[in-house]
Each structure stands twice: as C-alpha cells, then as structure tokens.
Design a protein around this ligand. Structure first.
Ligand SMILES: NC(=O)c1ccc[n+]([C@@H]2O[C@H](COP(=O)([O-])OP(=O)(O)OC[C@H]3O[C@@H](n4cnc5c(N)ncnc54)[C@H](O)[C@@H]3O)[C@@H](O)[C@H]2O)c1
Length: 257
C-alpha cells in the first residue's frame, strides 16, 4: 500500500458515532469500521442495537447504545459503556444525530424552534463535551460534527429558519471548540452534506420536493449516504492532521450556484 493511503487508516481506534441507527451516521459508521476502527454506535432509537449487530455479523467490532443527545449524563454513560466493552478510549467521534422539519417563521410555535435548537445544536455541544473530556484524558482526538449546507445557504423553497440557524451554529461551534481545545490535541471539524438520499428524504410524500432538490443540485442528483463516509474518514484520520475548524461542504456543487 502506498504510504499516503496509510494516512487514512483508523486501525484499532475507537470511534463514538451519534445518530448511528440510520442514514449518514450509519453510513459513516460502516466506513469507519471498514477502515479498521472500532465502533461505539449511539442513537435515541433502539434500531441502533440491530445496526451494531449487523456490523458485528460482517466481522467488525461494534457496540450499540441507546442515548439521547439532549441528555449529557446519558451520553457520558454511553461513552463509558463503549470504552469498557471495547477496552480502549474513544479518540474519534462523529456527531450525526439530528432532526429536520419545515415551519414558516411567522407561524412556527416557539416550542418547535426550541426543540430544533436543543437537538441539532445543543445536542452537538453536549456530545462534543462528553467526547472531549475522554479525549483530553487520553491525549487527544478528532471530532467531526455533521452540519449541513443549510448552514451556508438558505434552501430555495424550504421554510426552515430554525434548522438553518442550528446548522450555521454547528459549523461555528466547531470552529470555536477547535480553537479552545488546541492545547488538548483535539481537532474539531464539521462536515456539511448537501441533499442526501436518507430516510429523511426518501418518503413518498416528498417525491416532488426531491425532484426539485435534484434540479437545484449542479450534479443533478442527491448524494448517496455512503458518499459522506470518505470525507468523514478524511477528517477523522491522520490524512487531515493539519485541519481544524474546517467546514467541509459535500454538496454536489449547490453552494457554487
Ligand atoms: N439527509 C440530508 O439531506 C441531510 C443534509 C444535510 C445534513 N444532514 C444532517 O445529517 C445528519 C443525519 O441525518 P440523516 O439524513 O442521516 O437522517 P436520519 O433521520 O436518517 O438519521 C438521523 C438519526 O439521528 C437520530 N436522532 C434524532 N434525534 C436524536 C436525539 N435527540 N438523540 C439521539 N439520536 C437522535 C435518529 O434516531 C436517526 O437515527 C443530521 O444532523 C442532518 O441534519 C442531512
């Protein structure tokens, strides 16, 4: 293997992945496992237990834990369980848990605003804190927060000011934590997907909307979830050892238009 390819290897490193039951989180978890990483898979859905079992059947080491990113103590217990079962400290983390929905700003009940911010922004902050405490004590690590191109653009035809604001927050939170945790050897970057064919976007009732997403994307299609694995592996691995505070847009060109 050429030496440059080895930079992407994650052999024996423990990765804690939130939102790992589905979509982008699951696809990144599988990619990390295929690069030799050991997985802690967390999600509020019990489906994460089955997802971890499937990866184990494929020969990977994976532990599934049910945890809600709004609950810091629960996240800390989840990280501790994963580390105890895998016998090593987590030095990698991917925070992909999130929700998306639309509501016009003038009519949106403020409870919806709070819920979006609580899961999509505060949930990422709490996840980062729990992961970073463990990484600090273990000598460093790399965290990748899944933001969105909606943190950079306001999506045409969608009313989701709460989601867009949360995602812009995730990118800037990542930059801020990247600077704060330099001395702990912890890198923090964000990955901002464009429209991606996950359960979020595959419901029959939004088929017309999806056609619009494809028309608005220069590459003419949505991403496959596994197309987020390569960029995430890059940001997690030593291949990106000089990157911190970066927001990596993986959007089929949307933000060029
Ligand atoms: N699909 C897209 O087009 C797209 C585009 C840009 C960004 N994203 C972002 O990617 C991330 C993953 O989205 P996806 O498309 O894979 O969606 P998904 O619905 O397939 O997966 C999200 C996962 O997060 C979990 N989750 C939700 N709330 C949680 C909570 N409070 N605690 C723990 N787990 C929770 C869900 O159970 C689910 O398994 C999200 O942050 C989303 O905003 C998605």
């Amino acid at each position: 293997m050429p030496r440059a390819a080895e930079l992407f290897g994650l052999d024996g490193r423990v990765a804690f992945v939130t939102g790992a039951a589905s979509g982008i989180g699951l696809a990144i978890a599988r990619g990390v496992a295929e690069m030799g990483g050991l997985l802690g898979m967390a999600d509020r859905s019990e489906a994460v237990l089955g997802a971890a079992e499937e990866l184990r059947r494929e020969g990977h080491q994976a532990v599934g834990v049910v945890a809600d990113v709004r609950d810091e103590a629960g996240l800390a217990r989840a990280v501790a369980t994963v580390q105890a079962e895998l016998g090593a400290r987590a030095s990698l983390a991917v925070n992909s848990a999130g929700i998306a929905r639309g509501a016009p700003a003038l009519e949106m009940p403020v409870e919806e605003w709070h819920e979006m911010l609580e899961v999509d922004l505060t949930g990422v902050f709490l996840s980062c804190r729990v992961e970073a405490r463990s990484m600090r004590d273990g000598g460093g690590g790399s965290i990748v927060n899944v933001a969105s191109m909606s943190g950079t653009i306001a999506n045409r035809d969608l009313t989701q000011a709460h989601y867009n604001a949360a995602k812009a927050g995730v990118a800037h939170l990542s930059r801020s934590l990247a600077m704060e945790w330099l001395s702990h050897g912890i890198r923090v970057n964000s990955l901002s997907p464009g429209y991606t064919a996950t359960p979020m976007n595959l419901r029959p009732d939004i088929a017309e909307q999806v056609k619009k997403f494809e028309d608005q994307t220069p590459m003419g299609r949505m991403a496959r979830p596994e197309e987020m694995a390569g960029p995430a592996i890059f940001l997690l691995s030593d291949a990106s050892s000089y990157c911190t505070g970066v927001d990596l847009l993986v959007d089929g060109g949307v933000t060029c238009w």
